[in-house]
Design a protein around this ligand. Structure first.
Ligand code: ADP
Ligand code: ZN
Length: 602
């Protein structure tokens, strides 16, 4: 059962509207317009013209006489006088009598008025609409251009972005450098018969600089850059995604060597699942893309770059050799990468000399390139707000918290009891973490409420580049998550809603241990869960029987419970330190990692 082809409908509507408007114009606007063409003359002129046999058509109406000149190029009008011999004189002068003189103008004039003019108007409106859509959607498309388009639609400049502007991401740049070299000198490759990959897929989380990298390749190679986003194919070109793809590649071939960049390719390149009523439109677009990629020779000088943060959702046909056969991971930046990104963006603003970028990078662990750019900008805004001429260290530090946790909520008033609870809760996390690892667990803890809703905020210490975690480390982490709630229990004997996020995190870790990392005795090395969308937080789907699910749930509970007890135990054993640290945090509202360790050791 195929779904009705809805995409074509809007075009039909458009044409119906055009025809209706034409009729409206013909019945209202044109007569009015034609009336305006009629020149009013006095009766004497009329008589003179009659005498000189200069009248072509004439229409004698109740109170006026409408007439044309000999070659019907102009219409005149004059008032009617009492003149009995008029008709005879007119006949003698060779004038022809007519009923609808206004409509009987010369065929040329009427053709112009009735058809050419309205058409021009509509073409004008169409052009205007297409230009508006272009501006709105970036990609753009003519509503009745039937899949044709000007080069400008896709041709974006690469804005002079070079590899040097993309900080970090050295591995990605290395893989792309070869493509730049190829675009510089395709002949070198042709001589040997080496073919460049036709398509390169940039995969990674949002905001890591995939678009920037694609632009940088075009900038370095100094070739045209055609950019369009996958969702634009789906949204903007309803009913003509396929022809848009064809058109895009036609233009690219004309301008080769060049880069074609398709952002969010997963919007069109999703797995074709053959579901009932599946997305016809998208499949046609994808098929066309595949055909085009097969269509051009390996050495035609067109390189298709595509970006996605959902590589696992792509249709296998897209990723097979000969299409997007090279995959370049663009990961979240590591410490060094973050420092470089901060420096790149700090070049655009005034920064005081004492700023320690490495420390900022350390504090902003887990931030993407886009977030780091945002942090620098927030810092500049903060400097302006406080009337300083350049950005200093504290601006940057504060803006990390702003970007990650939201602005300080100046007027949020916690009750005293709430403030104590938050202080104990946050210290609970930190203390449990510190006692397990014997090192400073946090950069900083504050209990100033944030606009994001967080009542406190803990800045974790950069863990370095860690790729593996042992079972003990994960268990310790779960214990740390439960430490906040445990501290509330130990200190107040009651619990609050402040642990909702901790509970979520702890559960996620515990579940992963059992169903994905094979860290439970019962299930050995069997995967009970599959993950998709690893760059977007990850979606899990269970791949086991109902009984097993129940058993997993049971084990997750056991695991978290055990760590919760361990955390409570740690806090009980260090009750004195807990009180001391919580009091300090309550008083100061902010505690740094160094102060924390000092009190703990002291
Ligand atoms: P993506 O396409 O991966 O979602 P973008 O390339 O659009 O990310 O990056 C968004 C913004 O983030 C860029 O305009 C740039 O300011 C900043 N950015 C991201 N990564 C980097 C990087 N590696 N170096 C410098 N700036 C970066
Ligand atoms: Zn917590």
């Amino acid at each position: 059962m195929k779904k009705e082809k809805s995409p074509k409908r809007p075009l039909i509507y458009y044409y119906i509207i055009v025809v209706l408007c034409l009729m409206l114009i013909n019945s209202l606007v044109v007569p009015w317009f034609a009336q305006r063409q009629v020149q009013l003359v006095d009766y004497n002129t009329f008589l003179d013209m009659t005498q000189q046999q200069q009248i072509g058509l004439v229409e004698v109406q109740e109170d006026q006489i409408v007439f044309t000149n000999k070659d019907n190029t102009a219409i005149y009008k004059t008032g009617r006088m009492e003149d009995p011999a008029l008709v005879e004189r007119l006949i003698d002068s060779g004038a022809r009598f007519s009923q609808e003189i206004v409509e009987e103008m010369s065929p040329l004039t009427s053709l112009l008025l009735y058809w050419i003019l309205p058409m021009l108007i509509f073409i004008g409106i169409g052009q205007w609409m297409s230009r508006r859509m272009l501006r709105k959607g970036g990609g753009g498309g003519m509503p009745f251009g039937l899949g044709k388009s000007g080069a400008k639609e896709y041709d974006k400049s690469s804005e002079g972005i070079r590899f040097a502007d993309v900080a970090g991401e050295d591995e990605a740049k290395e893989s792309l450098a070869e493509i730049v070299d190829y675009l510089h000198d395709p002949d070198k490759y042709k001589q040997i018969g080496a073919a460049m990959p036709k398509g390169v897929l940039l995969v990674g989380p949002p905001g890591t600089g995939k678009t920037m990298l694609a632009k940088a390749v075009a900038g370095e190679a100094d070739v045209p850059f055609f950019a369009i986003s996958g969702s634009a194919f789906v949204e903007m070109f309803v009913g003509m995604g396929a022809s848009k793809v064809r058109d895009l590649f036609r233009q690219a071939k004309e301008k080769a060597p060049c880069i074609v960049f398709i952002d969010e390719i997963d919007a069109i390149g999703k797995k074709r699942d053959g579901q009932l009523g599946g997305n016809d439109e998208r499949e046609q677009t994808l098929n066309q893309l595949l055909t085009e990629m097969d269509g051009f020779e390996g050495n035609s000088g067109i390189i298709v770059l595509a970006a996605t943060n959902r590589p696992e959702a792509l249709d296998p046909a897209l990723t097979r050799p000969g299409r997007f056969d090279r995959r370049v991971p663009v990961e979240l930046p590591d410490l060094k990468g973050r420092e470089e990104i901060l420096k790149v963006h700090a070049r655009k603003i005034k920064v005081s000399d004492d700023v320690n970028f490495q420390q900022i990078a350390r504090m902003a662990s887990g931030a993407s390139g886009a977030e780091l750019a945002n942090i620098v900008n927030e810092a500049a805004l903060r400097a302006v707000r406080s009337g300083r001429g350049c950005v200093n260290q504290s601006d940057l530090e504060e803006s990390i918290e702003v970007v990650i946790a939201g602005y300080q909520k100046k007027n949020a008033i916690l009750t005293d009891q709430e403030k104590w609870t938050v202080a104990y809760h946050e210290i609970g996390h930190a203390l449990v973490a510190a006692m397990q690892t014997q090192s400073a667990p946090v950069q900083k803890i504050t209990i100033i409420p944030r606009t994001s809703g967080a009542l406190g905020y803990t800045m974790q210490v950069e863990e370095g580049n860690k790729y593996l975690m042992t079972r003990e480390e994960i268990e310790n982490k779960i214990a740390t998550y439960t430490g906040g709630r445990a501290a509330e229990e130990v200190a107040f004997g009651t619990i609050s809603t402040g642990a909702a996020n901790d509970i979520e995190q702890a559960t996620k870790l515990a579940r992963a241990m059992i169903s994905r990392y094979g860290m439970s005795k019962a299930f050995d090395m069997v995967a009970m869960e599959t993950v998709s969308g690893q760059y977007l937080g990850g979606e899990h789907s269970m791949a086991c029987s109902m009984q097993t699910q129940a058993e997993i749930d049971h084990q997750v509970v056991e695991l978290v419970k055990k760590q919760h007890e361990k955390a409570a135990q740690i806090l009980l054993e260090n009750r004195e330190k807990l009180d001391q640290l919580a009091h300090y945090l309550y008083e100061k509202e902010t505690i740094t990692g160094a102060e924390f360790m000092e009190i703990l050791r002291g």
